[in-house]
Design a protein around this ligand. Sequence first.
Ligand code: ADP
Length: 502
Amino acid sequence: MFLTGTPPQCQSKTQAFLDQEHCLLIDGEWVPAASGKRLEVTNPATGEKLSSVAEGDSEDVQRAVFAARRAFESGPWSKVTTSERGKMIWKLADLLEAHLDEFAELESLDNGKPRAVAAAADVPLAVDLLRYMAGWATKIEGNTLPISVPYMPGAEFHSYTHREPVGVVGQIIPWNFPLLMAAWKLGPALATGCTVVLKVAEETPMTALRLGHLIQEAGIPDGVVNIITGYGETAGAALAAHPDVDKVAFTGSTEVGKLIVQAAGQSNLKKVSLELGGKSPNIILPDADLAAAIPGAANAIFFNHGQCCCAGSRLYVHRSQYGEVVKGIAEHAKSIQMGPGMHPDCQMGPMVSQIQQDRVCGFMNSGLSEGAEAVTGGQPGEGQGYFVEPTVLINTRPEMSVIREEIFGPVVAAVPYDDEDQVIAVANDSQYGLAAAVWTRDISRGHQVAKQLRAGNVWINCYNVFDAALPFGGFKQSGWGREMGHDALELYTETKAVTVQL
Ligand code: ADP
């Protein structure tokens, strides 16, 4: 269902921010790109210009890395106590919360997602993550270790470990949750005492830039967080290849993840963490509560317009319930109110860009031409923006690209199965291993299935449940390392073992 009528305007302060000629944040100063080039930002609901940002490239990355290195080595950051560090991150969370409306509007206009969803999920999750990480700043502990040293009989030692910041971190983030991904990256880096060069996605730079102003207001010293807007192939690649970056944290496609690994290997063997693609299986067992599983499966794929690396894009349903589930999810899809994210009734906005709209439609067309059938959807949506109809595909085959590849759009393939053991093997038959879900009333069975699924995050009788305390990341080609939770600290620290002979 496409919403008609003009959506309300954003608040004047949001518009005033969009109207600025945005610059890069380097060493506490907002500066234009060295090349002077600019990058136009588009509103995906209309295809019209939203704002303008600097087009940073390798020269700007060089300046930003230099600033981050200086801030790490000799700036005040290294002398800020862990308690002060925690307070600054907490203050940033408070400031973000105080500006929730503005951030929700910016995110909706820039990314296309419903303003209401950004206000209920993206911004509060970012605030929560920052607070969670603020708490860790004072709790990054080492161990004392009893050691024996067999070749030094009689000698006595005192050994302990420290966890120290890894140093200058390059962080490259995608466009699907622009603010939240910035928070996932910045939170643990700041809590552990690293300094950062953040390269935001060219499609969606607005909320990270606004956050940059709050970072300054929170008292985080100059050079600790530097923000670069620009293209992946230039600014992003320069950051991944920079010899003075100690670690790169990347979220995006598996394809680009492999380029990041190559760049790290060919430069200085910097540490790498990756949160990449997925093709997540969602399994409805025969005893599942369908009243929960059907809307749950719809949410699994249609949340954020399917632009989630953990989207439940392969839906496996026992043959005995297949017809009912397909009908239910198709009805759900048809009822979704699609339109500009600023519309108060919007439940699904546009894809982030024309490129993504074309890509998603390309996948659908390839599936349809190979014999799949769209029970609902299968077309670009109405309106001048980059809309795609929520789509339910049936009659797919395992070798089709709609089953094997990440579509990153609101397209689910519903596949029947007969045998429970066989469906687990089919679910695991993927190059990815980010997320998976199982729906069942038999909770023991749910745990048994969860154990067999090769994925970093498994949900039982729910989907898309995120919390700052829960580690997130993938098996197989879905990534390296875990973000959020205690695990995230490991990505940003080095262990040092110190031994003294007594
Ligand atoms: P998508 O295909 O969904 O846009 P990408 O993986 O291309 O996802 O982009 C995620 C992030 O990676 C963005 O910030 C983008 O600018 C950046 N990026 C793209 N290509 C490269 C590259 N070759 N090196 C480093 N970063 C890149």
